[in-house]
Ligand binder design. Structure first.
Ligand code: 9MR
Length: 390
């Protein structure tokens, strides 16, 4: 069956690149009438196009860089945003609202309000939740980073945090990013920046997974990072760590690539091969934070060619995931350019998501939609579905 499926995917890819082949004089017309070969109306829903057991997700905008923008909290204040969030996606990841600085602002104080609201919203709309994140070097509160704690105190602070946060949402989080960005680009553990690794040593990684598993035995527990799309020094380090953790009986269930991509770089080669080697260890895999940024022309508007290439990056990333049995979720790091982190962090860059600032669906939206639909036509359900957790 597999070769047939590849042929179909290749056909879909050819259809997607058609506008690039039209003569320059008619490029504008092609743009206005995109997509040329599909009769896409208003009703396309990514979540309906996805095969059973495959989750199509988005970050839920709030906290972090949003706090410095001139708009109110997107998730609670923008009705159109919420409507699209519910309609299009069946997986949600709090963008910042479960991070330490947000959910644990003082040593003896938790603030669950936003996280609770997101988890309730997901429940109402039949969505799963990816919890993000428990052990990270960034977005930690000052009381933690600047505090003067003994090793024993720090250990109990981390254990209590994981037990409290994971336990609160027991049974309602599909996947947790337990350890986030723990290696640098050379594949060395971030023992300087990461307070837990620096103070408690690498053994704390296994402990974090064990504590999380005890607090919610059904949650699938993940290692998550950026720059690990290809087979490279960093992903090799994750591969070795995964093997060690599994050999030690640590409840590790998955490895995920964030996939913050850029048109300034070629599409990361070997994504499928890389995911597959983790799959072969028996781990689930996922794309957890994809966006595809670009350097914008002076007008501030992406060109038709940039949008074509962007659509192709999204399609390639999704196809790689779909072609690996246990890769069962694909999350976009924000679905509208209106709230994307990209222009705030990368000067002159943007347009990284699948919808414009006014929620118009871009070519990349239809690339994701068509790729999901093609997959579902041939493989209505995911064979590797549900391998993590439990
Ligand atoms: O999108 C998040 C943004 O709102 C925050 O300001 C930023 C702070 O580090 O974190 C962003 O999300 C990051 C995610 O948590 C981990 N991977 C990289 C993401 C983009 O920076």
């Amino acid at each position: 069956m597999r070769p047939i499926r590849f042929a179909i995917t290749a056909l879909a890819a050819a259809a997607l690149t058609v506008p690039a082949a039209v003569p320059a004089a008619s490029a504008d017309t092609a743009e206005r009438h995109w997509p040329p070969h599909h009769s896409h109306g208003k009703a396309e829903r990514l979540r309906w196009a996805a095969p059973h057991g495959f989750h199509i997700g988005t970050a839920v905008a709030g906290g972090g860089h949003h706090l410095e923008q001139d708009y109110p909290d997107p998730f609670t204040s923008d009705r159109r945003y919420r409507r699209t969030l519910a309609r299009q996606f069946d997986s949600v990841s709090p963008e910042n609202q479960m991070k330490w600085e947000y959910i644990h602002p003082e040593r003896d104080e938790y603030d669950f309000e936003m996280a609770d609201r997101i988890v309730r919203f997901a429940g109402r709309h039949g969505q799963v939740v990816r919890g993000h994140t428990l052990l990270w070097h960034s977005q930690n509160p000052a009381w933690l980073e600047e505090g003067d704690f003994s090793d024993a105190e720090l250990r109990s602070i981390l254990r209590d945090h994981i037990t409290t946060v994971v336990g609160r949402y027991r049974g309602r989080i599909q996947q947790w990013d337990v350890a986030n960005e723990i290696f640098d680009s050379e594949g060395n553990l971030r023992t300087e920046e990461n307070i837990w690794l620096r103070e408690l040593g690498p053994g704390v990684i296994a402990d974090a997974f064990r504590w999380a598993h005890r607090a919610d035995p059904h949650a699938e527990l993940y290692l998550n990072d950026y720059g690990v799309e290809s087979v490279n020094a960093k992903s090799d380090a994750y591969y070795e760590l995964s093997r060690e953790l599994l050999a030690d009986g640590v409840p590790l269930h998955g490895f995920s690539a964030q996939a913050h991509l850029s048109l300034d770089y070629p599409f990361p080669g070997g994504l499928e091969e890389n995911l597959r080697r983790f799959d072969e260890l028996g781990l689930g895999t996922a794309i957890t934070e994809i966006d595809v940024r670009m350097t914008l022309p002076e007008s501030g508007e992406p060109t038709a060619e940039q949008l074509d290439t962007q659509a192709d990056y999204y399609r390639q990333a999704l196809s790689a995931c779909l072609d690996v049995e246990g890769c069962d979720s694909f999350t976009i790091w924000g679905f509208t350019d209106k709230y994307s982190w990209v222009p705030v962090f990368f000067e002159g860059q943007g347009a990284a998501t699948v919808m414009t600032e006014d929620f118009t669906r871009k070519k990349s939206f239809f690339a994701v939609y068509d790729t999901l639909k093609d997959e579902k036509r041939w493989w209505p359900g995911r064979p590797g579905h549900g391998r993590g957790g439990h």
